[in-house]
Design a protein. Structure first.
Length: 167
């Protein structure tokens, strides 16, 4: 594909569209928690964590959720939506894509072990079935880290090019 004097590979465009879509998802996830009142101070965050504890936390995560996350629930309730917003903005704008993707992957692994435990003595496939919502996003983040997801449709790339041209 040719845009002006720039030759662009279709795979770069596809990866950019996926990056932007995942970015918008995370902006949505963060914004309703930031601009609403229920998540941070209305017990929404604590409700999520208590639901994870009651219905699907991997056993090794129970002490982390009970003794650290719930013990610092206000700070964690701020960290989650602002982290989601930062990840989303980085991906959507194409700024610090690898950094945002590493943090996104860490977030998805934390979500996986906090909420997707299918139980002991279940067939192996149930572990994968229970974790589809986190695994798919984790694989997207991994692709953004491994690939060059900011080659096209990226403010970060534009700014880097502009900075080089000015030197």
């Amino acid at each position: 594909m040719q845009i002006g004097s720039l030759a662009i590979d279709r795979n770069d465009v596809a990866l950019a569209f996926l990056r932007i879509f995942v970015g918008f998802l995370f902006i949505m996830f963060g914004q309703y928690k930031i601009f609403g009142t229920q998540f941070i101070y209305g017990g929404g965050f604590e409700s999520y964590i208590n639901g994870f504890i009651a219905h699907g936390t991997y056993p090794f995560m129970l002490p982390v959720l009970k003794n650290f996350v719930l013990a610092h629930h206000i700070a964690m309730a701020y960290l989650v939506p602002y982290g989601e917003m930062a990840i989303g903005l980085g991906l959507a704008l194409g700024i610090l894509v690898r950094t945002a993707s590493v943090f996104g992957c860490v977030f998805m692994v934390a979500m996986l072990f906090s909420s997707n435990y299918p139980g002991a003595n279940v067939p192996l496939w149930r572990y994968f079935g229970a974790s589809l919502q986190t695994n798919v996003l984790a694989m997207c983040f991994a692709a953004f880290v491994i690939g060059e997801a900011d080659l096209v449709l990226s403010v970060g790339r534009y700014l880097r090019k502009r900075g080089k041209a000015g030197n």
